[in-house]
Unconditional design. Sequence first.
Length: 312
Amino acid sequence: MSAAPPLAVHRFTAFGGARCEVLARGCTDADVSAAVAEVYAFEARLTRFDPGSELSRLNAAAGARTAISPLLEELLRVTLDAFELSDGAVNAAVLPALVAAGYDRTIAAVRGRPVRGAPPAAVAVPPLDAVLEVGEGWARLRPGAAVDLGGVGKGWLADRLAERLENATVNLGGDLRALGAGPEGDGWRVGLCDGSAVRVVDAGIATSGRAGRSWAGGHHLVDPRTGRPATAAPGAVSVVASDALRAEVLAKLVAIRGLAEGVPVALARGAARITSVSALDADAPDAEGASPRRSAPAAPTAVPPLPLENVA
């Protein structure tokens, strides 16, 4: 009987310090290293914190038709889909409001500066489909508009990388895709924000919430309806769905709208399991990095009963 292929593991930080990991069975270290390199390249190309990035150049050219790469074109189309899927809660055009709320530099820099006095003024957030036009090889933003890919980028990329590696879990700061039989042949066990776990062979799992990227006086989850950080946001919410992109969008929907309003919508749009905590404690997985687990039974704490065959 031949030995099982080794489990390749690579843990790293990206996307402004978020904890990331790639676990793959049957892949070489070179395969995993290539996936990690793609994460860094993706971040460099599409970060809003580098004025020279392709995304920043598009934002700076608002009002003009701008040539864009196939990658950015795809992601902009994804933001439009996410806007529709989330009933406008996940709106890439939130960037000016996010900057006004205080998230105008990396989270480490935001947390390190003095606490502001009065709360910042709200900034109106337009509907994304009213300010963003995307064509083949080009995009145009309405003058004064700017977009951020933080609501979709990590989930989209986690899906692409996991599908390429085939039997792998790719976790990019809490937006995770698990695919394949896993290290023991019975799927991948993934921890959720409430300390429970699920075992999956093909699913996306995302954790979002105000605790992930917060600072004194604010957090990164701006409600487009008010132009301010969402007041109903739970400490963290985890969503299991068909893929990481859908899970990321639906987790942010619930995190922004709150449990009472967001959960029914997320369930109707494809969430298979939803768990939440009001505030993170020392034993709960961080909202920026739920991790695969190989032990600890899944606790039946979610609503509703799981409809996906690959979720235990």
